[in-house]
Design a protein around this ligand. Sequence first.
Ligand code: NAD
Length: 270
Amino acid sequence: MTNRLSIAVAGAAGRMGRQIIGAAASRNHQITGGTEAPDSPYLNEDLGVLAGIQLLGSTPSGTISAAAATADTWIDFTLPTVTLAALDGLTSSSVKTVVIGTTGFSSQDEEALARHAERFAIVKAGNFSLGVALLSALTQIAAEKLGDGWDIDIFEAHHRNKIDAPSGTALMLGDAAAEGRGSALEALQSPPYYGPDAKREAGKIGFASSRTGDVIGEHEVRFGSDTELIKLSHMALNRRIFAEGAIKAAEWASDQPPGHYGINDVLGLS
Ligand code: NAD
């Protein structure tokens, strides 16, 4: 049976924050607090109202220590600087499990996250949907089986407000493709195809992004030879899938020792 978690939600009024509150409540977990930006218009709004569920009796706080006062779990879908500041602020709290959905971390940020994983069980994923975890596994297999002679390009589309590009999911798929080729993405990532001298280099992995309307998330991995094109693709139809995956990750991580985990660990796909 799953433990009842006491969850604090960072960025509680955000697109994902609201979904996380709803998904946690529907799994009978307790929402004990949340944060919002100091200038957010939602600081006095009940967390349950934000999520479109029953009143929960607490509002987002501007401070991490107040939000985490009685929490054992921190779920964070905000911005890299905000997530890292939260981890610093949580050091002397009762929080043991941290689930990070925020994307756009630099390699320096990743080093800071690795240090925090000595204190917390951190699950971080660029995409918490089961379908994308499977797409990632299929991408790795296809890259390995098809070999270096095939071109690999990754296309992603998101809503107009997304800040980082390529998306965290596209990079995750790029990592999977590179791993299938026995290499690291840093060694294989192509510069963007843009400008008069933008010819594709053989063996590289390319990325393309679109930012239009309210698209939740579309990803496609293309493998191309001279004679064939294979397309593996996924489309998110509702943000709930990410929230449900994040709650599943929190439940799983509540039984784990400190460490840095990914969605494949949660789903037993590693
Ligand atoms: P959003 O802008 O709707 O929500 C972010 C929230 O963070 C906002 O409400 C904002 O006010 C709040 N915020 C800003 N500064 C803050 C601070 N100092 N303290 C507390 N809260 C603060 O964005 P979103 O669409 O919910 O996405 C958030 C992040 O999650 C992005 O990085 C996005 O790429 C990522 N994301 C990940 C997944 C996944 O499955 N891993 C899925 C969707 C989105």
